[in-house]
Design a protein around this ligand. Structure first.
Ligand code: ZN
Length: 439
């Protein structure tokens, strides 16, 4: 039986994580009304966008005013400001040194990385500390920390508040032997993080060396997986090593957003970000649980806060309480708005392709790309990675079988080009491949 004490030990910050929803919404309103005059005065981008829309901070007296009046920004607008004004911060910077500690970038998977000014207190860490604690990490525990390199913001020294001690290893598939070695040496309780290429690297390492990964990872209470959807076969593989998987995504580049022990969506930290869930092609909210675009406003960043930033991320969002006891909302990521294709009028996202790849031994790694010269097409063109040693029959037979699976599963015609997995992986960044490509 769970005692109240053990219950509260589930949360790194019980006050914030379980704050009643009405209080959380009042906190958001207070933060918004405090922050907006400050941002308008200091951020050249926000001032330009608001002036165009004829909005002033004095027009905002409530959250309802904010949602009704404040104009949106997106990545294109930030990049345009950067290019036309020669401002490396894209007009987002509100403060200078010592508060401004550098500039970060979005991952750039879909194009030019977008600049994001970073403060000395990176709010991303607030979220990650809660998430790692909930996975079971405690002060003085080691955490195997294999982060892909351009996520500069997640400096490992920032973990000091929670007392978790990161041991850093490169996020590189050919260096997984190091990852295995340090888990044996330091016995970390958590592992941050695995990606499709890293899991494939571990699988090859296991096949080549016969090493017992279940034993190597036996100290880990949980492992983070992020970057993109997890294929069913890779999930089974990781679980066969005795690891519980917690999927992670980005909360519109403001914070992280990770599954809890309930595994029913990823928690949106709503003291750090105001999350809106809107019609992807309009400005109106969509119903709780429906498919919508995530729009975020940073609530705890006074160096470069995003305000009504259209993330281009399609999500299902709910603010219903979670069985883990937290009151913050949850999302299920569906893909990028810019990745959606309309094949003969039917919506197709990369997420829809993952389960189909599970049907064939040679495509279990689910490395594939949608070829998308434009949004609408008559036939779905797919480039699919395969493992040559697992091919049953000819390549042509596999391509035909995948086309039949797409037709049966999604109701659209397909053309499939097969490429060896190693070739597709060259399209990096190291943690994933672009799921949509123009050609
Ligand atoms: Zn939860």
């Amino acid at each position: 039986m769970t005692t109240p004490c053990a219950q509260s030990d589930r949360y790194f910050d019980p006050h914030i994580e379980t704050m009643p929803r009405d209080q959380l919404e009042r906190l958001q309103e207070v933060r918004i009304l405090q922050l907006m005059p400050y941002v308008y005065q200091r951020s050249p981008l926000i001032r330009e966008v608001w002036d165009e829309a004829g909005v002033k901070p004095s027009d905002l007296r409530s959250m309802a005013d904010f949602k009704a009046k404040v104009p949106f920004i997106d990545k294109d607008r930030i990049r345009r400001f950067r290019d036309t004004h020669g401002d490396p911060f894209g007009g987002l910077r509100c403060a200078d040194a010592p508060h401004l500690r550098g500039v970060g970038f979005t991952s750039g998977t879909t194009g030019d990385p977008t600049p994001l000014p970073r403060s000395e207190h990176h709010t991303t860490i607030d979220g990650i500390q809660r998430e790692m604690w909930h996975m079971g990490a405690r002060p003085h525990d080691y955490m195997a920390y294999a982060l892909f390199t351009f996520r500069e913001g997640l400096n490992f020294d920032k973990f000091t508040a929670s007392g978790i001690r990161p041991v850093c290893v490169p996020h590189l598939p050919f260096e997984v032997a190091n990852l295995v070695a340090i888990t044996r040496k330091f016995r970390p309780t958590t592992l941050f993080m695995l990606s499709t290429p890293l899991i494939m690297g571990l699988q090859q390492y296991q096949q080549k060396t016969g090493d017992d990964l279940r034993e190597a990872f036996s100290s880990c209470r949980g492992v983070v997986f992020g970057g993109e959807p997890l294929s069913q076969s890779l999930r089974q593989l990781v679980e066969s090593w005795g690891l519980e998987i917690f999927q992670l995504t980005s909360l519109g580049d403001i914070a992280t957003c990770m599954e809890c022990s309930a595994h029913e969506g990823m928690h949106t930290w709503e003291d750090l970000a105001l999350v809106e869930h809107l019609d992807p092609s309009g400005n109106q909210p969509v119903p709780d649980g429906a498919r919508g675009e995530m729009v975020v406003t940073a609530l705890a960043d006074d160096v470069g806060p995003l305000v009504r930033f259209r993330t281009d991320d399609l999500v299902e969002y709910t603010s219903k309480p979670c069985t883990c006891g937290r009151t913050h909302g949850r999302i299920r990521p569906l893909g990028r708005k810019g990745d959606e294709m309309l094949i003969q009028g039917r919506s197709v996202l990369p997420l829809d392709i993952f389960p189909l790849m599970h049907q064939f031994p040679a495509t279990q790694s689910a490395l594939f790309q949608l070829v998308r010269p434009q949004r609408e097409a008559e036939v779905l063109k797919l480039r699919v990675g395969y493992a040559a040693d697992l091919l049953q029959g000819s390549k042509e037979e596999l391509a035909q079988a995948i086309c039949a699976a797409v037709s049966a599963g999604l109701g659209v015609p397909a053309e499939v080009e097969l490429v060896e997995n190693a070739e597709l992986l060259k399209n990096g960044p190291p943690n994933k491949i672009p799921r949509v490509t123009k050609a």
